[in-house]
Design a protein around this ligand. Structure first.
Ligand code: SF4
Length: 74
């Protein structure tokens, strides 16, 4: 998968899928404690980095793959 990762543990939701709709280390900050390392693409520009249809299709596929593995909030 290109945009979706997980399921990952979530204190709030139990388990959840993560969605990464921007390229790695594209950010408008350069926090020294960033777990991802130095910002490569330092920008304030707001734009669609990837086609939303691709992201949505991948989310649907991930939900289908993990539907028995994701907890429903009670
Ligand atoms: S922690 Fe990393 S990803 Fe988060 S705002 Fe700072 S530099 Fe950006």
């Amino acid at each position: 998968m290109k945009y979706v990762y997980g399921p990952v543990p979530s204190r709030r939701l139990g388990r959840s899928l993560g969605i990464d709709p921007i390229p790695s280390k594209t950010c408008n900050y350069q926090c020294i404690y960033c777990q991802l390392g130095r910002t490569i693409n330092f920008t304030n520009e707001r734009k669609n980095y990837y086609p939303k249809e691709e992201i949505i299709a991948e989310v649907r596929e991930a939900i289908k793959q993990h539907e028995n593995n994701l907890e429903k909030k009670k």
